[in-house]
Design a protein around this ligand. Structure first.
Ligand code: DQA
Length: 143
């Protein structure tokens, strides 16, 4: 089974960025947690991070016919991007949305998720462990 993990803008700043909200673990820690999960679970996992909406749309389109599951933290694009929602709908690949913070307890402008309208599950407020949970969910359901 091949899974694509996609992170949106500013996720590469983990550990530096608002540690009271996103924690002290770094982006490198996240990459290594996901790599270890891939090895332990016998999965092929590719990781992609971009600060650019169009690059994320391109990556989702590239997944068509090649990837069995997508884990996505669209970060700030969660709350604005119909383009990412449409890309997910276009490829039709099972997807899980992850948020490091508990978005539902935050500002009003964070209460809408466009990509979440496609994703079959949203995991939030579990820190980096949320990514592992999302990967295991996709493995259990689709491997
Ligand atoms: C986030 C939540 C978003 O509202 C925010 O814009 C992010 C990170 C999270 O992982 O908690 O950049 O997606």
């Amino acid at each position: 089974m091949k899974i694509m993990v996609i992170n949106g803008p500013n996720i590469n700043m983990l550990g530096i960025r608002e540690p009271d909200i996103y924690g002290k673990s770094t982006f490198a820690d996240l990459l290594s947690l996901i790599e270890k999960t891939a090895i332990a679970e016998g999965l092929e996992i590719e990781q992609f991070q971009s600060n650019h909406e169009g690059a994320i749309v391109d990556k989702i389109q590239e997944c068509y016919g090649k990837v069995n599951g997508i884990v996505i933290n669209p970060a700030a694009y969660t709350h604005t991007s119909v383009a990412i929602l449409d890309a997910l709908k276009s490829v039709g690949i099972p997807a899980v949305e992850v948020h490091i913070s508990q978005v539902s307890d935050r500002e009003a402008f964070r209460q809408i998720s466009y990509p979440g309208m496609y994703c079959e599950k949203t995991i939030q407020g579990k820190g980096l462990d949320g990514y592992k949970e999302a990967i295991l969910y996709l493995k259990e359901k689709y491997a």
